[in-house]
Each structure stands twice: as C-alpha cells, then as structure tokens.
Design a protein around this ligand. Structure first.
Ligand code: UCC
Ligand code: FAD
Length: 584
C-alpha cells in the first residue's frame, strides 16, 4: 500500500471490523413450540381469536418493551430516605421505564386476562403465554406481577366484599391509573425457608377488628407496590404469641395511608443484589402497620401457600422464557460471527450447544404451559381430583427444575457470545445474574424438593399414583409410533423405577429428595415432549427432541434411582466428605 491513507489502521485507528449485535425477531411467531402447543390444545376459534394479539405482542416485546426492560437495568431504583430538611421520607425512586412497565402490564391485561375468564378455562393459559412473551423484556417487572397475580388469586378465594371493592378490583384492572401491584412479605431475618419458626412479627388485635403489626421483614421485593400479603403472630389476651407455624396468620395491608404517607413502615435499606437490580428489594421495619387478618388464626402458612402456588408458576414462566430469550439471541449471533473461516453456526460442536439450549427450552416451555392449562381448569372449578393432585406435585417440580435449567442455559448462552457475553454493555450478563435468583426465591431447590414429599404425604401417595398413571397413559399412543416407541417405553420405564424406589425407600426419601424431584421432572418433561411429538402436526424436529431427551435425560434418573447411594451410611459418609479437615 503506497498511500498511507489506504492503510486500514491509519484513519480508522481501531480497524474496520465490528461485531454485529444480536437482534430479536417476533418472539411469538418464531416460537414453534409455543405456537404449536396452543394450536394443539386451544379450540380452533379461540386460537384464531387470540393469534393476532399474540403476534402483535410478540413484536412489541422485541421492540419498545425490550428497550424499556434494558432501560430498567440501566436506571436502577434508589432509596431516598430523607428529604433536604431532614424529614424521613423513605421514598423508593424508580425510573420512568419501570413506571411504563406497570402501565403496559395493566393495558395488556397481564393479570386481568386470567380473572376476566373471557376464554373460560383457557384464560389462564393465555395469560401465561403473554407473561411468557413479556417476562424477558419486563426489566423484572415480572416479579411484582407474579406477586400481584398471587394476591389476586388469594383475594378471589377469600372473596370478602370489602376487600374486593378496596383491592381486588385494582389488582385485576386493565386501567393503568387504577392498576395496583402487591408485595408478598414472608422472609424474616431468622430465615426464609423455615417461615414457621423464623417469623417474629407480632399482630396486636385492635378494638375495631384490625391489627397492628410489629416486626422486621428482611426481603421485600417490589416495595413500591400498593398492598401486601404478609404473615404475623397474633398475640393472645395475655400478650403471648403462639410459636411455630400454627401461630401464624395471613394479613392484608395497604403500604400507604390515604394521604400517601407510609402505613407505619420504615424502609430500612435496599438490598445490594447480584441481579434483579431493576427491582426494588428492601428491608422493612413494621412499626404498628395497620392490617386486616385474612386467614383463620394459625392458618397463615396454608393460606399463603395459595399465593406461593401462583408465584412459583411465574418463576417457571420466567425460567422458561428467559431460556427462550438467551437462546434466540445466541442463535442470531451464531449466524453472523465468523471463526476459523466459518460462520459459527457451521461449526458442528457450536450447533450442538445451541441445540441443547433449544431442547432444554422446549422442555421447560411445555411443562410451564401444561401447568397453566391445569391451573386454568382449577380456576374455573373444572379440574378433576387426579389432575389437581398432579398440579400440586408439578408446582414444586416445575419451579425447582426449570430454575436450575435457566441458570445453566443462561451461562451457556453467555459463553456462546465469547467475550462479548461477559461485557455489561452488550446487555447480556444480566441474563445470568437475573437467572441465578430463580432457584433461590420462592423456595430454594432443597425446600421445594421437600415440598414434593409434602405433596405426596398430604395426598397419601395419590399424587404420585396420579402422576404415574398420567405419564403412562399419555405416552401410550406413542408406543404405536415406530419413531417414538422406544422413547415412550423409556418414559414409562423411568416412571416405574421411580415409583418403585419411592415405595421401597420411604425412609431414605428425604436424603434422595433432590434426585427424586429431578427424576420426576425429567420424566414429566419427557412425557410432554413425546406427546407433543406424537401430535399429527408435529415436525421431525419435535420427534428428534423427544428422542434425544429420552435417550440422554432419562438415563441419569434410572441410574441414580437404581444404584442405591441413598443409604443412611451414605449420608454419614457424605457428611464426613464435606467436613474432612474443615474443623481442624
Ligand atoms: O421469595 C419471595 C418473593 C420473591 C419475589 C417474587 C418472585 C416471583 C417469581 C417471579 C419471577 C420473576 S416470597 C418468599 C417465598 N418463601 C417461600 O417460598 C418459603 C419457602 N418455605 C416453604 O415453602 C416451607 O416449605 C413452608 C414455609 C411452607 C413450611 O412451613 P411449615 O409450616 O413447616 O409447613 P407445614 O406444617 O408442612 O404446612 C402447613 C400447611 C399444611 O396445610 P394443612 O395444615 O392443611 O395440612 C400444608 O399442607 O401449609 C400447607 N402447605 C402447602 N399447601 C405447605 N406448603 C404448601 C404448598 N406448597 N402448597 C399447598
Ligand atoms: P435459608 O432459609 O437460611 O436457607 C439457607 C440454605 O439452607 C438454603 O440453601 C436452603 O436450601 C437450605 N435449607 C434450609 N432448610 C433446609 C432443609 N430443611 N433441608 C435442606 N436444606 C435446607 N422473600 C419475601 O418474603 N418476599 C420477597 O419479596 C422476597 N424477595 C426476594 C428477592 C431477592 C432478590 C432474594 C434473593 C430473596 C427474596 N426473598 C423474598 C427471600 C427469599 O424467599 C429467601 O431468601 C429464600 O426463601 C431463602 O431463605 P433464606 O435466605 O433465609 O435462606
């Protein structure tokens, strides 16, 4: 090059090559699994009626709402504790994008859709589909929506005329001005898992039938909400509370008084979190908060479990849709980035990575949609006892398993971008930081594994029996299909093995609870994938995914259940492994 102006680094200084940022297409039309699930289950006229709205929304979540979500991450909430004159104000300052998300949530009917029941038992599924499209672009506004939905479901069940008028109508409103969100304040300093022992908050009865709450709530997310449901211990006439779970009752409270001042709540500080930084999470001192008891005395845990059922479903929605989002971004990037003379989607091992992400996403999506379908039946009083048992069992299974998948897929997704996946200004690391909360809040993996055992105990084993019958029956048709026969049989076999493990090892189930829960989750997902692949309009890819899942993901189940490493000896051996040399 004779002329220095022609040298690539002379003028541009940094060279001429730039990477192409990944872009998002319509998140509804591109999602074959989601669309086909709806086509498979929804009555044709309902699918036709809702499809245009879902297509429109699928575009929005990839454009204006996506941008708002990014803005929420860049403009995180802060706590303004004092005004310029020294007055304690405890104002949680949120950004415009966060406020806009609230308006969108109302006008898009993200809560209302489930409660208006315009499409009867399908209404819940349609709500969940919109939430699924929305969550990854929501800037974590999905969190207040989860709790709002849980509160709406609880208040709907309580059906108190005064509360219906005062609060329920706001929770299910489509009017952005009147729409409220709710908090769910359970966790205290002494522990978030063992709520029964940890809750110190006292409820002092008042002459008018209300209560004043005194306590300290250690984690409260979406603290900018208008209302909350919480737990506290009613003190008796001698001023004594009842200890343990049976002393807890559930309370409704307004966060603010009518004049806008806080309802004797002090926001002590904001949590400094790894992720979910878009979302205000605070510690609250309750210093005489006026509240209404909305459960029978001592039935607080049972009452708030109805809320947990909904928020745990939302957790699965966020997990599945988070996987969908990072997978879509990774796919797009794989079509532009070149390495070793090829665009990376042409490297077989890279396509295998993407295929694994896609398969995990499909399995999580089917399980989540299935949960929504069952909940829709329950909402409308149409659920059979057997399905109710299955739903009870699937709630912890879906939450715990999809949350773990979401972390793994987000991590793989970041790696698929190489170094760019680690850079904050690509807006990619947030996927991993936000995914990591999914196995922690709404019950950790251990707690939910134990909840699976609770569900079995509560139904005297009927839940597991119903689960097994459902699995066996729903893949039965696929045993007639040459391509799916082996997969169907291996799902049935895995279910048999797990059932027999449970029957023969009752004393060891607590130690084995995680493997037991993972096994059940993988079996149910395997069944759903096989059933989906056996559908008349299934694609060859559906068949491939079902077969791959049954070949690879069921095998560890059978091995773990068969090799009997859950004896009490194994437990004490593992204790020794953990603490070898540690205490010296
Ligand atoms: O983390 C939180 C909010 C985060 C932000 C929102 C995110 C939403 C996701 C959105 C994604 C973007 S709120 C805090 C969440 N905290 C938890 O999940 C608590 C975890 N701990 C547990 O789940 C424990 O298992 C406890 C607290 C339920 C255990 O309490 P107990 O008192 O030891 O439980 P018991 O004695 O076994 O059960 C008491 C009653 C029983 O009813 P009866 O007396 O009729 O037999 C149980 O059957 O409660 C019933 N029960 C349940 N019912 C207990 N768990 C359940 C359940 N899961 N479903 C139905
Ligand atoms: P612990 O209960 O102390 O658990 C510690 C470890 O012990 C865990 O790994 C757990 O699995 C294990 N463990 C406990 N018991 C057992 C057992 N019996 N067997 C085996 N293992 C066990 N809470 C709210 O109420 N409202 C909110 O809005 C809210 N928002 C949150 C937001 C964020 C970002 C986070 C991170 C948390 C939030 N939480 C909220 C709290 C959350 O629900 C709790 O952190 C969670 O339930 C765990 O409680 P903990 O932190 O006290 O852990």
């Amino acid at each position: 090059l004779a002329n220095s102006a022609e040298l690539p680094f002379a003028r541009a200084r940094i060279g001429t090559f730039f990477q192409q940022a990944p872009s998002l297409g319509n998140q509804f039309t591109a999602d074959v699994t989601l669309r086909n699930y709806l086509r498979r289950f929804l009555p044709h006229e309902i699918f036709s009626a809702v499809e245009p709205d879902l297509e429109r929304f699928g575009k929005r979540v990839a454009t204006d709402i996506y941008q708002l979500g990014i803005d929420c991450e860049h403009n995180q909430p802060i706590l303004k504790q004092f005004d310029a004159w020294g007055n304690r104000v405890d104002e949680i300052v949120t950004c415009e994008a966060w406020k806009k998300q609230k308006e969108i949530a109302a006008s898009e009917g993200l809560i209302a859709t489930a409660y208006e029941r315009k499409y009867q038992q399908w209404s819940r599924l349609l709500q969940v589909v919109k939430l699924y499209l929305y969550a990854p672009s929501s800037g974590l506004f999905s969190c207040p929506l989860a709790m709002t939905d849980g509160a709406a479901k609880s208040l709907e069940a309580i059906n108190d005329p005064a509360l219906n008028e005062h609060a329920y109508g706001h929770l299910i409103s489509r009017d952005p001005v009147s729409f409220w969100t709710s908090g769910q304040w359970m966790t205290e300093r002494r522990g978030g898992s063992d709520v029964g022992r940890a809750t110190e908050t006292l409820a002092l009865p008042q002459d008018d039938g209300s209560y004043l709450l005194h306590g300290y709530k250690w984690f409260t997310s979406a603290t900018d909400s208008e209302m909350a449901l919480t737990l506290a211990r009613v003190v008796d006439k001698d001023g004594q509370p009842t200890e343990g779970s049976k002393g807890l009752s559930m309370f409704y409270l307004d966060v603010r008084n009518q004049d806008g001042s806080l309802n004797n709540i002090q926001v002590q500080r904001m949590k400094d979190k790894l992720g979910t930084r878009q979302l205000p999470t605070a510690e609250l001192l309750l210093d005489g908060v006026r509240a209404i008891r909305v459960s029978d005395e001592g039935r607080g845990v049972a009452a708030i479990s109805n809320m947990l059922t909904i928020t745990r479903l939302h957790n699965s929605v966020s997990a599945a849709s988070g996987m969908r989002r990072i997978t879509n971004l990774s796919k797009d990037f794989s079509k532009s980035r070149e390495c070793f003379g090829k665009v990376i989607h042409n490297h077989p091992i890279h396509i295998r990575v993407l295929a694994n992400m896609e398969m995990e996403t499909r399995a999580a999506t089917l399980l989540t949609l299935e949960m929504a379908r069952l909940l829709g039946l329950a909402d409308c009083g149409m659920i059979a006892e057997k399905q109710q048992n299955i739903f009870r069992l699937l709630t912890p299974l879906a939450k715990l398993y999809t949350a773990k998948q979401a972390v793994a897929v987000a991590s793989e997704g970041l790696e698929s971008f190489g170094g760019a996946g680690y850079l904050e200004d690509t807006n990619l690391p947030v996927h991993l930081r936000d995914a990591q909360v999914l196995p922690i809040w709404e019950g950790t993996t251990n707690i939910l594994s134990l909840d699976v055992l609770r569900a079995l105990a509560k139904t005297k084993g009927a839940a597991l029996k119903s689960f097994h019958e459902d699995v066996v029956q729903r893949v039965a048709m696929a045993t007639e299909n040459a391509q799916l026969r082996d997969s169907a049989l291996s799902v049935q076999q895995a279910s048999n093995e797990v059932l027999s493990f449970a029957a023969n090892n009752a004393a060891l189930l607590e130690f084995a609870a995680r493997e037991f829960a993972y096994s059940l989750a993988r079996i149910y997902m395997g069944m759903l994938l096989v059933e989906h692949a056996a559908w008349e309009d299934a694609t060859p890819q559906d068949v491939f995914v079902a077969r791959r899942w049954c070949e690879q993901d069921l095998r560890p189940v059978i091995t773990a259940m068969k090799n009997g490493n859950f004896s009490s000896d194994a437990s004490s051996e593992q204790y020794k492994v953990v603490f070898e040399g540690f205490d010296e």
